[in-house]
Design a protein around this ligand. Structure first.
Ligand code: S3P
Length: 431
């Protein structure tokens, strides 16, 4: 599917975005592992998270997804031991989070299972999870040197490990914590930089003791999860497309209501401030251990910035659209330490450099990031999102708001994996 975007005269509005993808995956998985009935409100109904539900059903969980999205998703679990042998390959579609978190769950199951997915997922490295889970005693096999899907897992009796993660990754941390719950002893993970901590927060909500101290996260094996109610905040990664839309021109303004503002996810707000956009948080509140707020962004003359170091894991999914923003800033923006971008749904450093350049941006690709020269005038043309990379498609659509003439984005159907109503909201704020 192609998406056509015409330039905006102005951008304004107050919107809500769908539920957080990371939190939705975790709520579904933990609900299936818990004793009792878990209710999840504002669950993200998108390709990636619906795929996780299908896998949990295949493993024997009873899940009710009401037709009315205003009603809560209900998951009946009966503990880790109640999962059944799946009849076929578990289809993770386009979702790295599903694959890696389910590897952690299945590592503790004595049956054999296989996780597969689409062409994009089949290129993504799973050795980062396979290595620690194998050290814990699971037998995990994938394709080639980087252990790409399909992944076959024969789990069993696990023992605890202390593991220093080579990359800051919440997916890897979560997989090890889930396996750690089935292991003998206490499993400890040492993070090179803080990554999103939704797993730690939500496990506590399910009655599990999780210790966090400085860069160490530990969990004792053998603990039971007890069902609870989870209310999913709006996804800050989805909201970022509209934050950037507002920040592109002085005087443009967007409010996104009910956004999750967990500090491990708010790197984008720090960058918007550093680039001189106005950032206002109001109506701050807490739900289920996660902070929420209404976030208003107002455009002002933008300044270039440097994005690197410990900031990267706090905004890793936001980097493509922040690269777009940097094309409109005064000066040279440097994105560094972001080699992880190359192993997302596509090689986002190569793809964003190529596609924004087609629109007239001046970007240089670096091994671990990009150098972006601004401000540059963008001109609409035909651009293409790699199949299965939702965030590239949405970034290019936001670029269309300021490009002269029409911008056509090929393969825009990828947005359904995280943000099915993206195009409707874009029309709502484009005036
Ligand atoms: C996620 C963690 C991040 C992020 C992904 C979701 C999660 O990946 O890019 O979209 O839900 O844990 P990494 O853990 O690989 O950094």
């Amino acid at each position: 599917m192609n998406l056509h975007v015409s330039p905006a005269a102005t951008v304004s509005g107050s919107i809500e975005v769908p539920g957080d993808k990371s939190i939705s995956h975790r709520a579904a998985i933990f609900g299936a592992l818990a004793q009792g009935t878990t209710r999840v409100s504002n669950f993200l109904r998108a390709g990636d998270t619906l795929g996780t539900l299908a896998i949990l059903r295949e493993l024997g969980a009873t899940i009710r997804l009401p037709d009315n999205p205003a009603e809560a998703l209900e998951i009946e679990g009966n503990g880790f031991d109640d999962l059944h042998t799946p009849q076929s390959t578990l289809d993770c579609g386009n979702s790295g989070t599903t694959t890696r978190l389910m590897m952690g769950v299945l590592a503790g199951q004595s049956f054999c299972s296989t996780l597969g997915g689409d062409a994009s997922l089949s290129r993504r490295p799973m050795d980062r999870v396979q290595i620690p889970l194998s050290q814990m005693g699971a037998d995990i096999r994938g394709e080639g040197e980087r252990c790409t899907p399909p992944i076959t897992i024969r789990g069993g009796d696990l023992h605890s490990i202390e593991y220093a993660m080579p990359v800051a990754s919440a997916q890897v941390k979560s997989a090890i914590l889930l396996a750690g719950l089935r292991a003998q002893g206490t499993t400890t993970i040492i993070e090179p930089a803080p990554s999103r901590d939704h797993t730690e927060r939500m496990l506590r909500g399910f009655g599990v003791e999780v210790q966090t101290q400085n860069d160490h996260v530990s969990v004792r094996g053998g603990q039971t999860l007890y069902a609870t109610d989870v209310s999913v905040p709006g996804d800050i990664s989805s909201a970022t497309f509209f934050f950037v839309a507002a920040a592109l021109r002085p005087g443009w303004e967007v409010t996104v209501r009910g956004v999750g503002v967990n500090p491990t996810r708010t790197g984008v707000l720090d960058v918007l401030r550093a680039m001189n956009a106005e950032v206002l948080l109001s109506n701050g509140r807490e739900s289920g251990g996660e902070a929420l707020a209404d976030v208003t962004i107002r455009g002002r003359t933008l300044q270039a910035t440097e994005i690197g170091g410990a900031l990267i894991p706090r905004l890793v999914d936001e980097l493509p659209v922040l690269a777009l923003l940097a094309t409109q800033a005064q000066g040279t923006t440097l994105i560094r330490d972001a080699g992880e971008m190359r192993v997302k749904e596509s090689d986002r450093i190569a793809v964003i450099t190529r596609e924004l350049s087609k629109l007239g941006a001046r970007i240089e690709e670096q091994p671990d990031g990009m150098i972006i020269y601004g401000p540059t005038k963008l001109t609409g043309t035909i651009v293409s999102s790699p199949k299965g990379d939702h965030r590239i498609a949405m970034t290019l659509a936001i670029a269309g708001l300021i490009a002269e003439g029409e911008t056509t984005i090929e393969n825009a159907d990828a947005v359904t994996s995280s943000f099915p109503n993206f195009a409707d909201l874009l029309e709502q704020i484009r005036k």
